[in-house]
Design a protein around this ligand. Sequence first.
Ligand code: CUA
Length: 351
Amino acid sequence: MVSDKRGGDVLTRAAAALIAAACIALVACAADAKPQPVITSIFDPASPPAEEIFTLSMLVLGICAAIFVIVAGLTIYAIIAFRRRADDDGIEPPQVYGSNPIELAWTMVPLLIVSVLFLVTTRTLLAVQKPPPFPPGTVNVTVIGHQWWWEFRYPDLGLVTANELHVPVSDPTDRRPTSLRLESVDVVHSFWIPQLNGKTDVIPNHVNTMWIEPMRTGTFLGQCAEYCGTQHAHMLLRVVVHSPSEFEQWVAEQRQAGPGGATPGRQAFQSAACINCHRVGGTVADGVFGPDLTHLMSRATIGAGVAPNTPETLRAWVTNPDQLKPGVLMPAMQLDDQTVDQIVAYLATLK
Ligand code: CUA
């Protein structure tokens, strides 16, 4: 029994050391996250709702850390102070039963802590849900979840893109929040950009709304946060935040028509099954099941973040998408090498 007990003590101490190490690593990561903005991070909020959530998380973490330190400290103290000694006389120390002050204290203190957490959480929930007044000219985006990619439609600007959301930066003196309308065409997804806002479910036959208000330019990573099938983990997105003038330039570029002319690549593309699912503005390709490819080359990644957008990965994707993204709904078209080359050459012109 005694050796069992000692084994248990060693385990308790090892567990405490592990948890402490994890806490230190977590804090170190938080410090490290600062200079690298292209990282999915909850520790570096860049938008008011994300800041609210971050503040709440730190409060909860602080309270939990304090409880952990007190409980672990008392445990370690008890283990050391009341350990079995060689000259033990075998007499039990005085036992305490039914002490009203102690009973009251350990009921009231947890009740107080839970009440504080409940009230602060409610305040944060309300703050995150209530958008600021949307000024005229606010960018409205309809986010559509698909297995396994994101479609972004800008109804006021007449633009459609995929997996990379472009928005203007906000400023305390010139606020430009972006209003998002979330829809799904298949199953439940969850839209999450940790640095810009919390998660919001994307539900079929139901519209949810959320807002982001990035306060600095740059690229922010996000991902689907609700298991939605085989490639849930590869349902990534990135938000590119521009200065207002850069954003206007991006809009102008996205509005430009694609390349004209009947190149072999364009003919190969239009006579393959590609056009049943993909749209390319100004061509017969008018599909809606897959991402709009009109400005494919303006995106940094393909397959919803599964690979960088390079000629090699694009070729591999067109040849057999399943190899890069197992389970993807786009089939391999069984095209010969020459046709794949022509189609990839054509896609490379879709700037
Ligand atoms: Cu979409 Cu997980």
